[in-house]
Design a protein around this ligand. Sequence first.
Ligand SMILES: Nc1ncnc2c1ncn2[C@@H]1O[C@H](COP(=O)(O)OP(=O)(O)OP(=O)(O)O)[C@@H](O)[C@H]1O
Length: 328
Amino acid sequence: MDAIEVEGLKRRYSKGFEAVRGVSFSVREGEIFALLGTNGAGKTSTVELLEGLAKPSEGKVRVLGFDPYSERRAVRPRTGVMLQEGGFPSELTVTETVRMWAGCTSDARPIEDALAQVGLSGRRADVRVKQLSGGERRRLDLAMALIGRPEVLFLDEPTTGMDPEGRRDTWELVRELRTAGTTVLLTTHYLEEAEALADRLAIMRAGRIVTTGTHEQVVAERPSRIRFSLPDGLTMAALPPTLSPAEVSGNRVEIRTPSLQSELTDLLMWARQSGVELQNLHARTATLEEVFLEIAQEPDEDDAAPGGPGSQAGDGGATPEQKEVERV
Ligand SMILES: Nc1ncnc2c1ncn2[C@@H]1O[C@H](COP(=O)(O)OP(=O)(O)OP(=O)(O)O)[C@@H](O)[C@H]1O
């Protein structure tokens, strides 16, 4: 059994606006799965359904084999949730906040351990929440998510606001959790975070998953690039005819190809046979950033439909104020 199973998931808000439009994926036990997508793609709306905070409009969710909404009592003690905004009382200190939360958690870990794990022990433990930096608040949110020793951990943009060191520490911690067998589902806007952490990932746009797989599988779907400088005196006409169309700027040539190995071989064999030295030669697969940007720019077939993701609040999408009210 997979730790998380999602099938045909849909979520409609008021006035019929569909933020999640038939999403399916699964996360294996002990796996880190990253959900990526532009603002408004539907990541949080999806994760909230997995956390059992709302009932799906359609489709099925199972976490550890249970429906997280109707069987919340069975699921909640075994999951840890780090929401985008913790929303804890700002007058309490760090220790008081964690103690309060531990009081609501069965089998809570020692507070000192939880704070040490996220780097908030010592003097920072006595600081009021309102005096914490944005990154420190995220660490506090993480400590809360970990207090109940969760088997499944949901992290919604866990490192937003953290400095580079805090981010690296958090990545290390998430990796340690995976080693200990924890299943982690995270959303992030940092592509390098997904690259560094995720065993598999999915990219969402307008309520749908456009692509999913390992990092290698996802980038393999898009063209690779071969770049070089054309030696003086040579024109494009001299290159092997088997190469994909090239973009040329001055003497710089860029070829985008679905078959990196064979086109690179053709190019190099031609260069050797012609006695040509190719300057500034680079060959590489697509990057996750390129895949992400291409997906973000592709038009969505539903954009023009009333109430579709491209439409504004008047068609059913929410203003920030409405979102606040409806999420509470
Ligand atoms: N409570 C709500 N009522 C109506 N529409 C909502 C509500 N919450 C979110 N939406 C809309 O659903 C869509 C998806 O929002 P969601 O927050 O899930 O996206 P996201 O991918 O998490 O975005 P971000 O990266 O900005 O956090 C957006 O168009 C948003 O305006």
